[in-house]
Design a protein around this ligand. Structure first.
Ligand code: GLU
Length: 469
């Protein structure tokens, strides 16, 4: 039997990192089993779906390594509406479902003030189809439904506690629960790997599989991803969109590796391993049953390590979207014609060891491309003290006299200027850094000055000096 798994997102918003994690787990499982990964877009909620969300899912999957053309699909749930209706009709014809026109209030009036679920009133009343008549599934009165779950063992549900749930609404349209089952069935899905929030639906869905006469799939319900307060990651509260991480400059390799480490770890106490190791070693049944903390700080540190591991040429390539601004990435503060690829290449190795996400490249190098630096006023006020003006005067004079404009000479020259005032190098270079780059932190100063060049360095220090008058 060929293993067939599916990832079945609903295109109702940005692509959630938890969804990306499920997709990767499905992807790896299929690969390990020599199986097939199917992508199905569950777009039946017409009011909430937008085509751009579908496009977002496809491109985010592509980015994370599940590339278009390498899986089956995408299929669209809305295209299968006929089969969903046919399945509902079959369940009715076989007596496994019946019509009901009760409102919630009707049930409440019969059963007491608290709504405890549907009371089965119409089970044997023989109501036929008609406007406003919902179709309900007749759940077994006795016995248990045991679902086989690769992560949880065999969660067991008492059938008598499962209400006769609705499978098609009063207007005849099948509900999601049924559509999802029918699609899995028609697509020959053997393993349903999805988030744990769907577990309450699973006994109902398994009953539907059985009633439709098909062997149910094996399930795997993966614990949810939570924030530092142990709350489920929510798009209102937390940064959950995979696209947001991509646009901030997380590397796909770091991101997908980190997502797989949520609730699982490769052997040997390692975290940074090649993707192939994750593909070999990942086991669904080893996924931790408690919810997994999505730690953005850790992800940042992780990403920094991936950035540092890149060959410089690849790092330079990877920075391009932030240096030029493409797609959803904002353009940098300089004009395209101000950009100097050689100057960038000269400082790139220095930046590579310092940034944690690629978007941070921009504030680190903008001083090289802008006609004058973007002055951070708070940094300016903090740094420019009594004596700074004279210090800058001396720095200009000493730099003007330099024969060779290189980092070594610049450093020893400025060191000497500071020493005359009894200042350590750190204190001496701070006003020069703010004058030249506009900031208190950045790339190593003397290498930066070397690349910026004599003319521009001196012009900037003089301009800063004038501001201090
Ligand atoms: N469309 C559902 C969701 O996005 C998927 C349900 C499932 O995986 O069975 O939550």
């Amino acid at each position: 039997m060929t293993v067939r798994v599916r990832f079945a997102p609903s295109p109702t918003g940005m692509f959630h990192v938890g969804g990306a994690r499920s997709a990767l787990q499905n992807w790896i499982y299929a690969k390990q089993q020599g199986g097939v990964f199917v992508l199905r877009i569950e777009d039946t909620d017409a009011a909430r779906n937008k085509p751009e969300w579908t496009e977002g899912i496809l491109s985010a999957l592509d980015w994370i390594g599940i590339s278009r053309g390498s899986y089956e699909g995408p299929y669209f749930q809305s295209a299968n509406a006929g089969e969903h209706r046919a399945a509902a009709a079959r369940l009715y014809d076989s007596g496994r479902a019946y019509y009901c026109d009760c409102t919630r209030e009707d049930v409440q009036a019969r059963t007491g003030s608290q709504y405890q679920g549907y009371d089965g009133y119409h089970r044997d009343r023989g109501l036929g189809p008609g406007p406003g008549h919902a179709l309900r599934f007749r759940t077994p009165d006795e016995g248990t439904t045991v679902v086989v779950d690769l992560i949880r063992g065999e969660p067991t549900f008492e059938n008598k506690l499962i209400e006769d749930f609705v499978i098609a609404r009063g207007d005849g349209s099948p509900v999601f629960l049924l559509a999802n089952v029918v699609d899995d069935m028609t697509m020959g899905i053997t393993h349903v790997i999805r988030a744990e929030e769907h577990l309450p639906n699973t006994p109902k869905q398994q009953l539907l599989w059985e009633a439709l006469g098909v062997k149910p799939p094996v399930w795997a319900h993966v614990p949810v991803v939570v924030n530092e307060k142990r709350q489920k990651l929510s798009k209102r509260r937390d940064k959950v969109a995979l696209e947001a991480y991509r646009d901030e400059g997380y590397l796909a390799g770091a991101m997908r590796n980190y997502l797989m480490l949520l609730g699982w770890a490769p052997s040997g106490d390692r975290e940074i391993v090649p993707w192939s190791v994750i593909e070999d070693e990942f086991r669904l049944d080893e996924v931790n049953l408690s919810s997994a903390f999505f730690d953005e700080k850790k992800l940042r540190a992780f990403n920094g390590e991936y950035i540092r591991a890149l060959p410089v040429a690849e790092f330079i390539d990877a920075c391009q979207p932030w240096l030029t601004g493409t797609g959803t990435i904002a353009p940098p503060p300089w004009q395209p014609e101000e950009f100097d690829a050689d100057a960038f290449a000269a400082v790139a190795p220095l930046a590579q060891t310092r940034i944690a996400v690629l978007s941070e490249i921009v504030p680190n190098v903008d001083f090289l491309f802008l006609a004058s630096p973007l002055i951070d006023e708070a940094a300016w006020t903090k740094t420019m003290k009594d004596g700074s003006a004279e210090l800058l005067d001396d720095a200009v004079a000493a730099f003007e006299a330099l024969e060779s404009w290189d980092a070594e000479s610049l450093k020893s020259t400025l060191e000497a200027v500071g020493a005359e005032r009894g200042l350590k190098l750190g204190k001496t270079q701070a006003p020069v850094r703010v004058a030249v780059t506009g900031r208190t932190v950045g790339l190593p100063l003397f290498e930066s000055l070397e690349v910026l060049g004599r003319e521009r360095t001196l012009t900037r220090i003089r301009a800063a000096r004038l501001r201090l008058v």
